[in-house]
Ligand binder design. Structure first.
Ligand code: 3Y8
Ligand code: NAP
Length: 266
């Protein structure tokens, strides 16, 4: 009996959860518990860490998980590494569901950097107005650049004062729109953006707005992950699941087409 664990926390994970629920596949959705009110999912949901790779392996054994889809964010590298190790320890089928990285287009002024610390170093010495679109986990990396005026975008209000002398936070949960991000950049007279190369549609609005305004973007490359099976569409994940889990294809072979990978039986 197939029992799927989806490691979530992204737009892709929410799309997959909907398709899995509609296909009637037995599954559990997992959040880390990073935000106060994560988006509700159409599947039984657990919230919180597992306790490292060993804790995840124990969860897999205890819950009889047969398949794991890692649909976490490309920067959730520790979770992805733990998932690979736990599935190897328990001989559980695993694949990743991930969006491709963004690639610079005409008019983009991007400065790729290897990590968060290199992003801080890439800021100019002269005072700038920086949109730190990196959430709250890595703000401390910018403390040694106090000369800038920072705009942060956070999912939840910060618990205490921000560790930067000149910083303000907007509280918003994406996915974001190009018009909204254009207005945000103009309202705050932003001169530089720092962002992760998250890929996907939920976070790219700020890049499109930056292109329109000719604002440079310091873009952080994704962390390297061990080799694994990676899919880019819900249809491919479900195909994998049916093959691996010998479940009857949710509703006939032709159910998923390339252009509507998440549309079921409409
Ligand atoms: C808790 C689940 C969905 C998922 C929505 C996507 C889109 C909006 C864009 C900006 C960039 C950022 C941040 C961001 C985006 C989606 C997606 C995406 C970036 C939620 C979510 C959880 C988190 C955790 C949160 C991090 C933070 C990162 C904010 C839910 C809303 C900056 C990453 O306050 C904190 O501690 C926030 C922490 C990890 C990165 C960081 O280092 O701070 N995401 N984001 C998940 C869990 O508990 O397991 O609460 O509903 C999910 C989404 N965030 O259902 O449609 O898919 O990318 N999330 C980045 O990409 O740069 C915002 O502001 O422009
Ligand atoms: P991370 O650094 O890779 O993981 C740190 C620890 O958080 C993991 O070792 C695990 O704890 C726990 N964890 C992470 N994702 C989990 C999940 N889906 N279910 C249960 N436990 C989880 O992860 P992160 O970068 O902090 O991301 C946390 C969550 O936010 C993930 O769901 C991710 O998809 C989402 N998210 C992250 C970003 C980002 O920029 N990093 C952006 C958007 C969404 P244990 O070791 O105790 O098991």
């Amino acid at each position: 009996m197939t029992r799927l664990l989806i490691l979530g926390g992204t737009t892709e994970a929410s799309l997959l959860a909907r398709a899995v629920a509609e296909a009637g596949i037995k599954a559990v959705f997992s959040y880390a518990g990073r935000t106060e009110q994560p988006t509700a999912q159409p599947l039984p949901t657990r919230i919180g860490g597992f306790g490292g790779a060993e804790g995840l392996a124990a969860y897999i054994r205890g819950e009889g998980v047969t398949h794991l889809v890692d649909a976490t964010h490309p920067f959730a590298a520790q979770m992805s590494r733990n998932a690979i190790k736990a599935c190897s320890l328990t001989d559980t089928s695993i694949c990743a569901f991930e969006r491709p990285p963004w690639v610079a287009g005409e008019g983009d002024v991007w400065h790729p950097v290897a990590d968060m610390s290199a992003a801080a170093d890439a800021l100019p010495e002269a005072p700038a107005r920086v949109f730190l679109a990196i959430g709250k986990l890595h703000i401390a990396e910018f403390v040694h650049k106090p000369q800038h005026s920072y705009l942060l975008r956070l999912v939840d209000p910060p618990e205490g004062p921000l560790p930067l002398p000149d910083a303000k936070a907007v509280i918003a949960r994406g996915p974001f729109t190009e018009a909204g991000d254009l207005a945000l950049l103009q309202r705050h007279r932003i001169t530089h953006i720092v962002a992760k190369n998250a890929g996907g549609a939920g976070a790219e609005a700020k890049l499109k707005a930056a292109r329109t305004l000719g604002i440079p973007v310091i873009l952080i490359d994704r962390p390297q992950l061990p080799a694994r099976t990676v899919f880019g569409t819900v249809a491919d994940v479900l195909e994998w699941l049916c093959k691996k889990g010998n479940i009857a294809h949710p509703a006939g072979e032709d159910q998923y087409t390339a252009d509507h990978p998440t549309r079921l039986g409409e």
